[in-house]
Design a protein around this ligand. Structure first.
Ligand SMILES: Cc1cc2nc3c(=O)[nH]c(=O)nc-3n(C[C@H](O)[C@H](O)[C@H](O)COP(=O)(O)OP(=O)(O)OC[C@H]3O[C@@H](n4cnc5c(N)ncnc54)[C@H](O)[C@@H]3O)c2cc1C
Length: 365
């Protein structure tokens, strides 16, 4: 649901019909589900508050420090799976190895999370079956519904400069800014200024690295291997895809961990890179293009082509979001489709020109 500055609403479905929707998932709920499932598996022990501070890559020995007591201990393992997120300690240790490629790129934009609470009757204050976007060219706000009737809003804005997070320091400034740019949201955000001033903005980073494993001892999965900006909503999905591909590779390698890790990282790396690019491009699309006429026309053309040729033409967004087509393959297919559509449009244009010339000549003579 697009919100204009004047409060006009425009609904654009993401998929072809109600069978293609994006679900909003509670982070805490997902964590609980994963922990409950892990807890029920044989041989799994859960330890909390244990921060990994070092790894011996050769022996797969992990060193932990307890966050509550400060007590240190070491654990000898057969294999260490580094699933410790974008600022992975495991990856940081791997960076010291020869020929380990690594890059990190911070965006000039950061983000702050704000809340639209449920109304007094416990109901949603905005349309609940939508991801709300307030696109404002160089910045934007989005709101995602939660199961309890509230919305989590995220404001993406430059960190520095004329029009940026750095410019708002007081409650009055915050309210003035929101009333200027998001006037229809302000009445639904009673704690807006306090929420805004409670914490500094968080940053957005893309991290690429390779290889993702060390011999048969250590392997990275999820954000530890490939952190992306959140604009395609695929970071978590990509982490789960890592798990299923690693699992397949382990089953096919008959106990040879080194072989499994090599097959896994080679299979996943091109798709992780493709997702990183897609996520960056979608930021520009969400904040800058979604409200433009050209974009809406393009979406209509894509939808019509998909309806007329459902097997042959599938929009990139649908390929990524509503199918299990790997990211790099989805991008390659979208490029092929675009080339054919462009060639078709040129063909139609040439035929029209030929008809006009033919008719003009007939009239002339
Ligand atoms: C603003 C924002 C919005 C997002 N929105 C979406 C979305 O809509 N859809 C989507 O699919 N993805 C989204 N993502 C991305 C998604 O959150 C990540 O891709 C996903 O959580 C990656 O999972 P992970 O398990 O690899 O890492 P994480 O979820 O970061 O988990 C890492 C875990 O490791 C632990 N840890 C870290 N360091 C250590 C250490 N030294 N020792 C021990 N434990 C450690 C952490 O406490 C954490 O529990 C978003 C990300 C951001 C920042």
């Amino acid at each position: 649901m697009i919100h204009s500055v004047r409060g006009r609403l425009a609904f654009q479905p993401y998929g072809k019909d109600d069978s293609e929707v994006i679900n909003s998932v509670s982070r805490a709920g997902l964590n609980r589900t994963l922990l409950d499932t892990a807890g029920r598996c044989d041989g799994v022990e859960l330890h909390f508050n244990e921060r990994c501070v070092d790894i011996d890559l050769k022996s797969a020995t992990a060193h932990f420090e307890n966050a509550a007591t400060g007590k240190r201990r070491s654990v000898d393992a057969d294999v260490v799976v580094g699933a410790d997120g974008a600022f992975s300690v495991v990856r940081a240790i791997m960076q010291r190895l020869d020929r380990f490629d690594y890059s990190q790129k911070y965006e000039g934009h950061g983000y702050k999370e704000l809340t639209i609470p449920q109304d007094v009757g416990g109901e949603f204050r905005l349309e609940k079956n939508a991801l709300h976007i307030w696109p404002r060219r160089r910045f934007m706000m989005i709101a995602l519904p939660n199961a309890n009737g509230s919305f989590t809003c995220t404001l993406f804005w430059p960190l520095d400069g004329e029009n940026s997070f750095a410019r708002l320091g007081t409650e009055a400034e915050v309210l003035r800014y929101f009333e200027r740019w998001f006037p229809d949201a302000v009445p639904h955000m009673p704690a807006l200024a306090a929420d805004y001033l409670a914490a500094p903005p968080s940053t957005l980073v893309t991290i690429r690295c390779f290889p993702w494993s060390v011999e048969d001892k250590v392997v990275l999965i999820g954000d530890a291997a490939h952190a992306v900006v959140p604009f395609y909503g695929q970071g978590m999905n990509a982490a789960f895809e890592d798990c299923s591909v690693l699992n397949d590779c382990l089953q096919r390698s008959a106990g040879d961990w080194r072989k499994a890790f090599g097959a896994y990282e080679n299979a996943r790396k091109p798709h992780a890179d493709a997702l990183a690019d897609l996520a960056l491009e979608n930021f520009v699309e969400m904040r800058d293009h979604v409200a433009s006429r050209g974009f809406l026309l393009k979406k209509k053309v894509e939808k019509t082509l998909h309806k007329v040729f459902p097997r042959w033409y599938i929009p990139l967004y649908s390929l990524v979001t509503f199918s299990r087509t790997p990211y790099a393959e989805a991008c390659a297919r979208a490029r092929r489709q675009e080339r054919i559509v462009k060639a078709g449009m040129w063909g139609v244009a040439l035929i029209l020109i030929a008809i006009v010339v033919f008719v003009a000549e007939a009239i002339w003579h």
